[in-house]
Design a protein around this ligand. Structure first.
Ligand code: ADP
Length: 485
């Protein structure tokens, strides 16, 4: 083989190496261990460093390395010098900084090859910046997920603790009506343990009527030991899950027994009070009539006061009797007969004429004249009496107006008693139909009052299959009640 041919082959080999270098998808830098300088680089190398080739060639090799790797390389280069033609393979993860200051992550493999007389080191820089970014994103997402999971677990634990320590029994049912949660209080009330009841159908253990309605109601529960108890329960659909239910319940056996005893006591006490009160009424009337001798004005005034106080007492005793009848269910039958509503209202307004004129209250009876309904007249009169008396009683000093109206709907008549009086504070409106409840502002303007009238009025309306509700603000109140047609 002659020298010419060899030279040509060498030229060809160099040319193909050049083309390989330039077309490679990785950045390649060629360095001279002797001078510690870069002697060549390909296109990708220019792109990676964001520098032109002319700015790279001649630069110290250190621009390709982070400081901590520099010593390592030095050692390798010195080793390389002694091993001519030896391949050297090393893959390192490096961070390099481009001309514009961008940080690039590269994976470097290097090898040494002899060129002319000196060994050159070839560094192949595989840019993994994007890969690294994805990896970092993944790591962050994984970390976030872990934090989220931890939070969720914490939340679940909190709910679990609350659920277990809540004062009410809690049972959760899945759509198949199987018990999936049974808290400690539920265990205590029912005598069943969660472990023996979870997964079982609710109805195979407890009575159906416990979950029949969404309203709070009393029902009987048979404990594991066979003992019946009264529970007050409320069933709600589990948020977001159709046909799953959550039942909360309390043992109210004792409360109900005490209620019953209280009602019976009130009933007996009121009955016992009625006779002496009637006696006082009768005797004051005799005195006032002057049958036993003419009274002085002063004596008359005192007896008048006795009479008024006695009447208040009679009213209170009657209200208490009403309540005890409502609660014990005794003597609370509805005896219906066709009655004119406007007549009832007129009667009441006549009875209240003294109060209406003395306080200059404008009263409007707008009830439809022909309206006749089949009702328990005395009881519905009591309802109107309570609402109208309240509207008059809780009126303002000036320009007081009370309007009694009726509105005929499809299946019912809605009655309203509206006033422009003191109104009911918003935060107390939901308690207004409770026994003995009186709003703060009412107590200030009217010291007397039992807080029993509305309770009885609503019970009477409901016994007629009607409803009672109110709207009120500081400009006045409207009480509504409905009766079926
Ligand atoms: P009483 O009037 O004897 O206190 P009620 O049961 O009739 O008892 O009424 C309960 C409470 O409702 C009253 O004490 C008062 O706070 C409030 N109330 C009822 N009607 C009105 C009304 N028209 N305006 C303002 N407050 C009212």
């Amino acid at each position: 083989m002659n020298i010419q041919k060899l030279k040509k082959e060498l030229e060809q080999a160099r040319a193909s190496l050049k083309s390989i270098l330039n077309n490679a998808s990785d950045a390649i830098f060629v360095g001279s261990p002797k001078t510690n300088k870069i002697v060549d680089c390909n296109l990708r190398g220019e792109e990676l460093l964001e520098r032109r080739r002319s700015e790279i060639i001649g630069q110290p090799l250190s621009i390709l390395r982070s400081k901590q790797r520099a010593n390592h390389y030095k050692k390798i280069f010195s080793e390389m010098k002694s091993i001519s033609n030896a391949d050297y393979d090393d893959q390192n993860l490096e961070v390099i900084i481009t001309k514009k200051g961008k940080i690039k992550n590269v994976l470097i493999s290097s090898f040494v090859a002899m060129s002319k007389e000196e060994p050159l080191v070839y560094g192949i820089f595989h840019d993994i910046t994007q890969q690294k970014e994805q990896e970092n994103k993944l790591i962050k997402a994984y970390h976030d997920l872990k934090v989220e999971k931890h939070k969720l677990l914490e939340e679940r634990n909190k709910i679990e603790i609350i659920l277990q320590n809540i004062g009410d029994g809690v049972v959760v049912l899945n759509p198949k009506l199987e018990i999936i949660v049974f808290n400690k209080k539920a265990e205590k009330i029912s005598g069943f343990l969660a472990q023996e009841i979870l997964g079982k159908k609710f109805h195979s253990i407890f009575k159906k009527n416990i979950i029949e309605t969404e309203n709070k109601h009393d029902s009987e529960l048979i404990r594991k030991d066979g003992q019946p108890i009264t529970i007050s329960s409320i069933t709600t659909s589990l948020a977001g899950e159709e046909n799953s239910y959550i039942i909360t319940f309390r043992d109210v056996t004792l409360e109900r027994e005490v209620d019953q005893m209280k009602s019976e006591f009130v009933s007996i006490a009121s009955h016992q009070l009625r006779t002496p009160l009637a006696g006082i009424k009768w005797n004051t009337e005799i005195l006032m009539d002057g049958v036993l001798g003419k009274l002085t004005n002063e004596q008359l005034e005192f007896i008048e006061k006795i009479k008024t106080s006695n009447e208040r007492l009679i009213k209170l005793v009657n209200e208490l009797l009403d309540i005890s009848h409502i609660e014990t269910g005794r003597k609370f039958e509805i005896r219906r007969r066709k009655s004119s509503i406007t007549k009832i209202v007129r009667e009441i307004l006549n009875e209240q004429v003294a109060l209406i004129t003395s306080r200059k209250i404008k009263v409007f009876n707008k009830i439809n004249k022909n309206l006749k309904l089949s009702i328990d007249r005395a009881k519905i009169k009591q309802v109107f009496q309570n609402l109208i008396e309240n509207a008059l009683k809780y009126s303002q000093e000036n320009n007081a107006r009370v309007t009694i109206d009726s509105k005929i709907q499809k299946n019912e008549i809605i009655f309203s008693v509206a006033d422009n009086g003191i109104g009911i504070p918003e935060h107390q409106q939901d308690k207004i139909f409770e026994k003995f409840f009186r709003a703060d502002n009412a107590i200030t303007v009217q010291a007397e009052g039992s807080g029993l009238g509305l309770y009885a009025a609503r019970a009477i309306t409901e016994a007629h299959q009607g409803k009672m509700w109110l709207e009120s603000n500081k400009h006045g109140s409207v009480f509504y009640f409905s009766l079926p047609k």
